[in-house]
Design a protein around this ligand. Sequence first.
Ligand SMILES: Cc1ncc(COP(=O)(O)O)c(C=O)c1O
Length: 378
Amino acid sequence: MSTTAAVTPIAPVDLAAERAALGDALYDAVRRVLDSGKYVLGPEVEALERDFARMHGCAHGVAVGTGTDALWLGLLAVGVKPCDSVVTSPFTFFASAASIALMGATVRLADVDYDTALLDVDKAEAAIDARTTAILPVHLYGQLADVRAFRALCDKRKLALLEDGAQAHGSLRDGFACGQLGDAGTFSFYVTKNLGAAGEGGMVLTQRADVAQNLRQLRDHGSPTKYVHTRIGTNSRLQALQAAILNVKLPHLERWNARRRELAARYSRNFAGLDAVAPMKLASGAVHTYHQYTVRIRGERSRDSVLAELARQQIFAGVHYPHPVHLQEAAKGWGYGPGDFPNAERLAREVLCLPVHPFLSDADVDRVSEAVRRAAGV
Ligand SMILES: Cc1ncc(COP(=O)(O)O)c(C=O)c1O
């Protein structure tokens, strides 16, 4: 009988390693906030808004409760009305599209590019209808969509541009960060993001003072001053504890992102020349931050069989996302069906997101790469 040697699991994130790397700083930050008695908004949130905006070359940052709130409040803040329609991607986390429906507007979908999984500019233009007032490209996996082309399209058609950068902290395209060319850009600080809170959090960045002012009111029940309400908003104010934790992590983000890029480059070298294991394409002019390192499994073996074989070897990959937006039950009333967005549907069948986080070793990447090749039969 053969014995199997114990293997170390490789997971998509390693929060314990991150905590260890930060030493006492996180605990000190939590204690500082508890002692301050200032638990909602306040100096920690203001510091995060300032430093996160500066890092992305944006004039204003407005912190909110979640990335989803950043999106739907962001749509309202740039002037989208419930009678309008907004064009977005069918291949994203459901929140991108749901945020449009949440604020009452109509969701218009356009297919993504098969090689990058990013919203296709020409298809987005074709999806614009008489009621469209905004385009919402998603910077999937840590790679920015073609923001210059979307800015030009939005200027030509007099539309607002809201960028979903929930997965794109610190990413660039042609030298621009999320929020710099758009009327606003939104971020999520959910636990597993490249910059993650110990819970939920979100941020909107913008160059426009009017949009920032709208957001500050919208996150506080449409209130410009205490107990005066000029519009309907919600309660979505970032907690000081989350901001303090994010302030400890923020100075490390660029280095962590650079390490993700090194690991991604190693994966790509390991898969070079294979058709059955095809990495997503790095767009020209992109500085990718690899929130996910994604390959398409398109040989004889299915993606799901590769996923299962990896798990058997204690390698935990992910599928972001197994169902395109337009085929979700919640999207039934949006007027789309199977076959409408072939690239999104194909990617949902093929994508496999391999572990990529700053605390992996080169040897971990080689172990995963070898396991993927074998599982894919190449
Ligand atoms: C592309 C995208 N948009 C929006 C969101 C929503 O962010 P949150 O989970 O913070 O509400 C996420 C979060 O996973 C996301 O990945």
